[in-house]
Each structure stands twice: as C-alpha cells, then as structure tokens.
Design a protein. Structure first.
Length: 539
C-alpha cells in the first residue's frame, strides 16, 4: 500500500512538472558559451590543482585507474555539499546552451545529469594521477546531482538571471570604446606588474642569519647526527649551470667554477679542515676526533664537523646575490631509521639558513626565505637517493626563484619554483612544496585571463582598423607576457623561462576568445514557447 502511495505521488509530481515547466525565453540567452566554458574552467582549477600529474602511478597501482579509488570522503556532509555546488553552474550553462539549440526540457534534464556524471568521472580519473588528490565514486554522485540542480536553477530562475547579465553586459560594452579599453588594459597590467615585484622579492634570501655556523654531519643543536663519510664540500654564492655541474662531476676542467666560490673543503687532508679559498673558517671535530678510514673522516653519530665561529662572510655574500650552490660528496652508512643533517648552516634546531639532510633513502633540501620561514612546508624531498655504502655527488642550487638538485651530475626532473603565485598564496594559506607548480598557473591565470577579456573587447573595435588593428591585437597578446617575465627575471635573478611566456600567452588568447564566445549572429529558433511568470522573474 505504501509503495503504491509513493508511486502515485511520483506520477502526480511528474504530471505537475510536465504541465508547469516552461523554458526561459531563448532571446535572453547570448551567454551560454561563456557560462559553459567558464564553468568548465572553474571545475578544472578547483579539482585538478596543483596540476602535477604522475602517470607512473599506473604502473605501481594494483587497481585499474578506470575503477577510480576507494571512497575516502563518504559521510562528510560539507564535502558533499561543496561538490554539488561546484557543478551547479555547469548544469545551468549546459541547460542554457541546450535551450538555445531548441532542445526539449526533458531531454535537457537527462543530458544535464549524464554530462555532469561524465565530466565528474573524467575529473576523478585525472585526480587518480595527482599524488595530492584522491578519486572516489561518491564525488561523481554529488557532482552529477549538482549538474541536475543547475538545470532546475535555469528552469526557475534562468530568464531573470540571463536578462540581468545581458543588460549589464550591454551597458558595460557600450561604455567601453576600444581606446578606453586599451587604456584600462594598461592600467590593469601596470597594477598587476607592480604587485608582482614585492611578491617576487619574497623569494629572495633576505632573512638569512649571519650568526649561523657551518656543520657537516649534524646541525647546531647536536641532535641530528648523520652517519657516513664525506670527502668534499664546496659552496658558491651563485647558481651553477647544468653544464658546469656535469663537468665538475666528471672531473673535467672547470676554470669557470672559481667565480663565486666561497668555501671549498677537502676532507682527505688531516684535521682541522681549512677552507681552500681562505674566505671561510676551518672545520673542527665536535666533540672529539673519530676514527679515520683510509684518511677519509667517518661520521659515526658521536662526532661531526663544525666551525668555531659564524660564517658571516659566506652568509652575507649569499644574501647579496640571493643565490647559492652547495656540493658535497658523501657515502651514507645506513638508510634505515635515519634522520641526519649532512650539511647545515644553523645556529639552533629552529634557526636554520640551509640544510641538506637524509631521511631513509630520501634527500631533503631546505633553505630559509620569507616564504619558508612561517606558514609553509617547503622542504624539497627527493626520494630514492641513498643506498648504504653507495657514494653520491650531490649538488643543490638556487637562483633566486628556482631550485635544482643534481645527483652524480644528473638533474632531478622535479620542479621547485618559488613564484609570485606562491607569495600570494602565502598570505592566505599554508604553502606546500607539492603545490608550487599550481601556484604559478593560478597566478598567471589571475593576471592574463582578465587581461585577455579586455583585449578581446577592444579587438572588436580594432577589427575595423585592418592592419593597425591586427598589430594592436598581436602586441596586446604578446607584449604583456614577455614584459612580466623580464620583470620577474630582473627581481629574482633567475633565467628567462620560455614556458612562462607561453602559458601567459595562451591564457591571454583564451580570455580574448572566451569574452567573444557568444558575440556571433544567431538565427531565431524555429519554435516559440510561451514563458511563464516565476517567482524570481521580473514582473
């Protein structure tokens, strides 16, 4: 009886919906493409950040990625609600687009649900290959419901919302002439570039402490002893090129390695170990001399090396350039249950300018700057570096923005880049090493996607100027990415990165195309449906 009653109510509701649902007026559209593309961009950025894909997971995982991962978020109401909310704009925009193409509302309802499920599944599949994300089937369910909810928002409120968008859009576009848009673009980019300067300065080594001492095999606290052998340590106040690092590793002629060399210790000589450049203090055994193996010092966990005074000159010279390179040849004694400092510039366990440490088989690089000092987790971990008894020629460098690690002359393929995006995120969130690439993409998007909107609006008027218009369009798209890259290079001291320019250019083009996505002539639909007055429509 209860089941029959429920079925009766369902049939009654379906009849009522069939009698009452009417599409919004198609003439109030003209926004479907922009809304649809914008919603997909928003979904991509919120679900695929930090855009760091590791497809090697496919080889190490037991399950097929097409089955997604286990349900890890089940029962968290807030996550479920946010996942529903995320896909509401997509369902709304898709329904708007289907309405403009003359689709029946019932077909649009089904397509909104199915498309939401497919897009969500694609997102979850990609998340399977992002180490900091997890994929789950319950997200597909909540996202699909969100797309379905977007359909109903369009049915009941779409006409009013689209009329308001169209009205205000026409006012803004009518007010902004090509010259005014170009002037506004210059002001906007000037503000963005001006903000980028102090943000990039946060990646400099401005807060290094000159009171720190140099240690090998421990840090200033004496509580992080490392076990193994070391034969050479060198420190520069510049970032060495990849070619120079490779020549140093193979023992080739390297006269170009002399500039900027602040410390060079050869541990094949008797202690104390003097700096061959005469610029830094000698290294002494703390607390006592250990045993020697083939004249190479062996750090057994009870003794390590350190200067008896701060390396002030070395610290100040590195601060002056905001660049460094540290090279050490070491042989770890063990890899199990290890957490030792191989090289450390420190005054205490908390006051650290730089350290290279071993934790198990992993190498960690940490260096101090305004970003890494607070509200961050910016130690760079490189797994699978160490094996007990195996020597490693390790080179770690930083050029004011980008860090690099070389193992036996081979550059680690991971990227460690401190950008204005990381500095901006640092004001609002805890910044993580794994997210550094994502901060770059987000920051470039915040600048160049709106900039592309302005360029796209101005280009409508420039189109009548023929050759001059084409030149203005090309300059508007290409010059800002190049100028921002040159500005950041000037502030940080790093090399020019063509990839940054290409990303910014693509975002500018995407913005220009997006703002014009609905500016084509439309033919009237061959059908006419009488709109009904709804509570959120204007009377």
């Amino acid at each position: 009886m209860g089941a029959m009653l429920d079925l009766g109510w369902f049939e009654f509701g379906a009849k009522q919906m069939k009698n009452q649902v009417r599409w919004p007026n198609p003439g109030s559209g003209q926004w479907s493409n922009r809304l649809l593309i914008g919603s997909l961009i928003g979904i991509s950025y919120l679900t695929l950040f930090p855009f760091r894909f590791d497809f090697s997971i496919l080889h190490s995982s037991q399950a097929s990625p097409f089955l997604l991962g286990p349900t890890l978020k089940h029962g968290i109401e807030l996550d479920f609600f946010l996942n529903v909310l995320l896909f509401v704009p997509f369902g709304f925009a898709l329904s708007c687009r289907l309405r403009e193409r003359g689709a029946h509302w019932a077909k649009a309802l089904v397509l909104a649900f199915v498309a939401g499920a497919l897009v969500s599944y694609a997102v979850e599949l990609l998340q399977f290959f992002i180490p900091t994300r997890n994929s789950a089937w319950d997200d597909v369910t909540s996202n699909s419901l969100g797309s379905l909810a977007g359909f109903f928002v369009f049915v009941f409120c779409g006409d009013a919302l689209l009329r308001h968008l169209s009205k205000y859009g026409e006012v803004i576009e009518g007010w902004m002439s090509p010259l005014l848009t170009a002037a506004l673009l210059l002001v906007y980019l000037g503000l963005c570039f001006g903000v980028s300067i102090p943000l990039q300065k946060q990646t400099r080594l401005s807060n290094w402490d000159a009171a720190c001492e140099l240690f090998v095999g421990n840090d200033a606290s004496g509580h992080h002893a490392w076990k193994g052998q070391v034969s050479r340590l060198q420190i520069w106040n510049r970032a060495l090129s990849e070619g120079l690092v490779q020549r140093l590793t193979v023992g080739g002629p390297t006269p170009d390695a002399e500039p900027g060399l602040l410390a060079s210790y050869d541990f094949n000589t008797p202690a104390p170990y003097s700096d061959q450049t005469k610029l830094s203090p000698a290294l002494y055994w703390i607390p006592a001399n250990p045993s020697l193996n083939n004249n190479v010092p062996t750090l057994d966990g009870t003794s390590w090396l350190g200067t008896k005074s701060p390396v002030e000159e070395l610290t100040r010279k590195i601060q002056g350039t905001s660049q460094f390179t540290v090279r050490i040849f070491c042989v770890p004694a063990e890899i199990h249950a290890t957490d030792g400092r191989i090289v450390s510039l420190s005054q205490s366990a908390e006051n650290v300018n730089l350290h290279l440490r071993q934790e198990g088989t992993s190498l960690f690089l940490f260096f101090l700057n305004p970003l890494s000092q607070t509200h961050s987790v910016l130690a760079w971990r490189v797994p699978g570096v160490f094996n007990a008894g195996q020597g490693r020629d390790i080179v770690a460098s930083y050029d004011g923005s980008d860090a690099s690690i070389y193992l036996d002359g081979n550059r680690v393929r991971q990227t460690y880049r401190l950008s204005p995006g990381a500095s901006l995120a640092h004001h609002f969130f805890i910044v993580w090493t794994a997210n550094l690439g994502g901060y770059i993409v987000v920051y470039e998007t915040l600048i160049f996607l709106p900039g592309g909107f302005l360029i796209g609006m101005a280009a409508r008027g420039w189109a009548t100027w023929k050759t001059a218009g084409r030149l203005l369009l090309a300059a508007g798209l290409l010059l800002p990415p190049v100028l921002l890259e040159l500005l950041l290079v000037w502030v940080s001291g790093r090399e020019i990165l063509a990839g940054n320019v290409f990303l910014s250019l693509c975002l500018s083009i995407a913005g220009a195309l997006l703002i014009n996505a609905d500016c084509r002539a439309r033919k009237p639909l061959p059908i006419s449906l009488e709109p009904v007055a709804l509570s959120c429509d204007e009377e």
